[in-house]
Write a protein that binds this ligand. Sequence first.
Ligand code: ADP
Ligand code: TRP
Length: 321
Amino acid sequence: MKRVLSGIQSSGKLHLGNYFGMMSRMIRYQEENELYCFIANYHTLTSINDKELIKNNTLDAVIDFLALGLDPEKSVFWVQSDVPQVTELTWLLSNVTGVGLLERATSYKDKLTKGLTPNVGLFSYPVLMASDILCFGADVVPVGKDQKQHLEMTRDIAIRFNQIFGETFIVPDSEIEKTTMLVPGIDGQKMSKSYDNAIPIFTDEKKMRKRIMSIVTDSTAIDEPKDKDTPLFQLFSLFLDENGKKELSDRYDTPGLRYGDVKKELFETVWSTFEPYQQKREYLVNHLDYVRDLCQKGAEKASTVATTYLNKARENMGLHY
Ligand code: ADP
Ligand code: TRP
């Protein structure tokens, strides 16, 4: 049985990109794999420094996952900061990680380009991510395309550590699904919590409708066939099976299609997909002690595994004298 692990930052409301890029796969995988899933709130600290926001976002992300069907009985589910062993391992791994490797990280470079003054946390973010993965002996890491480079760095770090200090870590594989690896936002860029272009999984009906109605479209005349390499078509396709996609594609090729109609249909589809989970979400929001208790139990299970890998690394590096 493969050990599948992935995490998600709690830096804002979880959205359709997170859902298709990672969450839905993780929820599916819990049935036939050893599933390890966590909320990466240490990573959130690299971009947010508001205490209440950090707390609320963490709980919100936990609740979203549980509401959508992540089952703590079938998986190990925890909040990253409840297993601080990963931060010690981050330090150990930092010593086999070249500065050049981190300087080449595109997500870091993008943030510099946007004018952000980086802190050391942001710079060493990929080392913490490597630690998240190596500390639990993951074989496979399902992620969206934006995380591909971080996974390559994790592999580099693991290989280098094993070469220098002897076999310690499993070298993991990333798993990126072609159809869901880059979900577009309402403006056509990658959907992201930080670009204000996301469609949240859970929000009220009015806001969801407004968001979907504002997906950018082009000015192709009504009697012309429409371009399918566009966010509205791509977003709708995520909810359709092969027949549904074919039908939508045919409608795009046939003159007469109105974008406004497609948007309304997309809204109905998105709303009816997630509405059934709202009741469970509501229940969890009103039972936070139960939610915290589940997180603690998950953290205990995760901690046992983390301690084993951390101790192996400490031993192999000569820290047990
Ligand atoms: P965000 O960019 O919104 O902050 P995260 O970086 O927390 O999202 O991503 C959490 C997971 O969701 C990662 O596996 C990431 O690859 C995936 N993901 C995020 N945005 C998208 C997207 N637009 N398309 C596909 N996967 C995505
Ligand atoms: N960096 C990831 C993101 O922004 C979140 C993350 C942290 C992660 N640690 C991880 C993903 C370990 C997979 C495995 O989406």
